[in-house]
Design a binder for this molecule. Sequence first.
Ligand SMILES: Cc1ncc(COP(=O)(O)O)c(C=O)c1O
Length: 397
Amino acid sequence: MTETFSGSFTQQEPIPDEAIEAALAVLRHGRLHRYNLAKGELGETALLEQEFAAQTGARYCLAVASGGYALATALRAVGVGPGDAVLTNAFTLAPVPGAIASVGARPVFVGVTESLTIDLDDLAAKAGTARVLMLSHMRGHLCDMDRLMQICDDAGITVIEDCAHTMGAAWNGVPSGRQGAVGCYSCQTYKHVNSGEGGLLITDDEEIAARAVMMSGSYMLYERHLAAPGPEVFERIKYHTPNISGRMDNLRAAILRPQLRALDAQVARWNERYQRIEAGLRGTPGLTVIERPEAETYVGSSIQFLLLDWAADKVQEVLRRCAARGVELKWFGTPEPVGFTSRYDSWRYAESAPMPASDRVLAGIVDMRVPLTFSLEDCDLIARIIRAEVGAVYQGG
Ligand SMILES: Cc1ncc(COP(=O)(O)O)c(C=O)c1O
């Protein structure tokens, strides 16, 4: 009998009851705007910022409307402007080069290795061309952060970390987002906490934090923040920083606070699922599992493997056969982007030179979501299906 899988790859878990209760309380009092506070009230958004700063060990935190908004705000806050070059990953998702383009700057793409991380040799070679790196920890894979920071520190490059896929991850115990000058997170439905839309930005730099708060649309109400610098810092920047509204509201913040408290437990559940799938795929002829470095604490909310040097029609056949059995795989080698699978040469508003070594890797990347609604038995079944279909196509030549 041919096994098939009937679950949904896009179905996340429901919002926890505690978060629903907190959201209802906000709806009942009606003060959804973050600066609309009753006398003595601290506000869900300010509390969320205070708690996320404590959770990551950052001095300052700002909650905003989306991960993409956090990225663009970080760029502006570190002083990136029209025409500036910004180094970034060739393998990432469209909001990353999009954030760079949104401030009139120019992405300079850095290659991807078979570990699915930024190519540090390519970064070292291009280090002289820009003063900012927007580093995307794409699909949760952390590069050797010690070497990356060494390269960037030596070249005077400011690092902004895109942690959309690494909330809860760490390198040598340092939370992802804490090595660069700024860390940016997404709270959109497919990420590690779910408020529909939303973003968080952390930093230890008081001027970056103050500029980000002003830009997000604080008017002159910055004293209502609990994880922002003191008023003397705002005095220095407030007349020179434009308001580009993108605030978070108290409803989303109320939904997020209980989810952040549960993050470590959720990470453990994701990794159980990831490891079951990985174990099931390991040893499949023609398929390369991505080995995770020991220094990396990852969050297995998605899994990738490589069909390296396969002919395009064979990869497509694997995708088709898996889809017929209910397993939804995405491929970063498609000539035309499907859904989110665009890559550096799809972003034609940004100039790029061909990167043959990265093209070879991109042409082999197969990607799959691992929502927490999957049981461990689902994960075993999914791995069996992929293994069988990759094997059948590979052996069929
Ligand atoms: C790698 C990466 N960076 C940034 C973002 C932007 O996050 P948001 O959708 O919250 O704007 C996403 C969202 O899909 C992403 O996948």
